[in-house]
Every structure is written in C-alpha cells, then in structure tokens.
Design a protein around this ligand. Structure first.
Ligand code: SF4
Length: 254
C-alpha cells in the first residue's frame, strides 16, 4: 500500500491542474501542475505560503498585517492522496509534461518517484519537471524519473539563514546534473551581486542561470521587469518573465 502524498488543496480538491509553464527554461510549455504541500524553508515573500504557513506557527511573512498574520488552517489547505490516486488524476489530463511543484516537492520524493515510474510505465513520453529550492539531494529512484530540475536557490532577500537556504553539497549535486538550471528572483543590485557570487562559488555556467523579477502581483512585476531585463543584459544571464503573475496576478490554480 502506497504512503499518502500531502498536496495543496484548492476549493476542496487537490491542486492538480493543467496550464502553461509560466517561467524558467520551459516557459510556455503546456503542463500539468501537481502542487505538493509542505516546505523546509519559510521565505518572507513566498507566494505559495498556503503550503507551509500554518496557524500556530510564528514564521513572519510579507503579507502579515498588525494583528493579522498571514496564517492558514492546515485542514483547509491540505489534502492526502495515495500515489496511485494522484497518478490516476494526472493520467486523465491529455498532456505529457508534468511539473511537481510546491512548497518543496523533494520532501516527498519517494512518493513522487512512484508516480513518475507509474506514468512512464503508461507512456515513456512523459517529461517530469521539478521545481525545487535546491536544499535536498534527489534519491537515485527519484532522479531516474526526472527530466528537468528547475532549481531556485534562495537569496538573502528570502530572510532565511544562509545555512538553511544554501547547502553546498546539495548545490554541487545539482551543478553536476545536466538536468538542472538555476532560477533566481531578483529585485535589486544587491540581489544581482548575490547571484553573481553564487555563479562564481559553485562554478555554474551563466548559460544555466535564469533571472526573473521578484513579484507577487502585476504592479510589482511592472515595476521590476525593466530593471531585471537590464541586469540580465549586463551580466549575461537569461531573463525569464513571470507569465502567470502578468496574466493572472495572485490567482491560484491557473
Ligand atoms: S522555498 Fe519556495 S515554497 Fe518554500 S518558502 Fe521559499 S519560496 Fe515558498
């Protein structure tokens, strides 16, 4: 019997939906998104904080207001499914690019490996992408089913301790994997300097670095897009827009 997978819940259903990949190296690719619940980081500006910012915790968040912290009742934003149940939902959608996202999907990589293997048993053409914060090393079983890692290391603008967000051995693992690209959100010159320091420290080719504006809504995206465009020109990094933020703002499940 398969262990259950913790997924985000949206309107009473597991957050599994069909859309276009909105950012990064496969931007624009029709994709099925599977949003895992739970994260091992608590980034200050996280735009999926409903996957980890539970009532009863004291993590600060940019959406906090005096007397009104941005907290969620875990029972209303999480749902449990088995790997076969999750596989069955994915298989009903006529699309062969699957994106495991979160939260942090690698916290549940054993169950995701089971889903990936089941999908490949049905159809070898399935491509499996993983959005990860790059703090957990994939197991051989999980790596065997993954096509692409969209690694998003966090900068100090996340307000997380460096020791939690940048684990050298883990970053080196992804740097050695030809399946990985590194995607950063940027809102200042200081952020750009940190990305450059990452490039040097971990010897990651700038061809594998993708930078996009930090933005949780259309207004902040409009304000930062041009700035990040110029940063990418100056530093030789690949620019990525935030398609979902540009089109849908803060809407979920789109
Ligand atoms: S790692 Fe990603 S999901 Fe986790 S808190 Fe940071 S931005 Fe949110």
């Amino acid at each position: 019997m398969s262990e259950t997978l913790l997924l985000a819940q949206l309107e009473g259903q597991p957050e599994i939906f069909y859309s276009l990949q909105g950012e990064g190296v496969s931007s624009g690719v029709p994709s099925i998104f599977v949003r895992c619940s739970g994260c091992n980081l608590q980034c200050h500006w996280c735009d999926t904080e409903y996957t980890w910012n539970w009532l009863g915790t004291s993590f600060p968040h940019a959406k906090d207001r005096p007397g009104a912290p941005a907290k969620y009742d875990r029972r209303s934003v999480q749902v449990r499914l088995t790997a076969p149940e999750t596989t069955a939902i994915i298989a009903q959608i006529p699309c062969d690019n699957v994106v495991f996202t979160g939260g942090e999907p690698l916290l549940q990589q054993d169950r995701l490996a089971e889903i990936g293997a089941a999908l490949h048993a049905m159809n070898q053409d399935y491509q499996i992408e993983v959005e990860t914060n790059g703090t957990l090393v994939p197991s051989p079983e999980f790596d065997a089913v993954v096509t692409r890692y969209n690694v998003s290391p966090k900068l100090s603008n996340s307000m997380m301790d460096r020791s939690a967000r940048l684990i050298p051995d883990t970053i080196q693992w992804f740097a050695k994997s030809q399946k990985a690209t590194f995607k950063f959100v940027c809102s200042s010159e200081a952020d750009a300097d940190e990305i450059a320091a990452f490039e040097t420290e971990f010897r990651v080719s700038r061809r594998r670095i993708i930078v996009m504006p930090e933005a949780a809504n259309q207004q902040s995206l409009d304000e930062r897009r041009r700035f990040v465009f110029e940063i990418c020109k100056d530093r030789g990094w690949r620019f990525s827009d935030r398609m979902h933020v540009a089109i849908f703002g803060e809407r979920r499940g789109v």
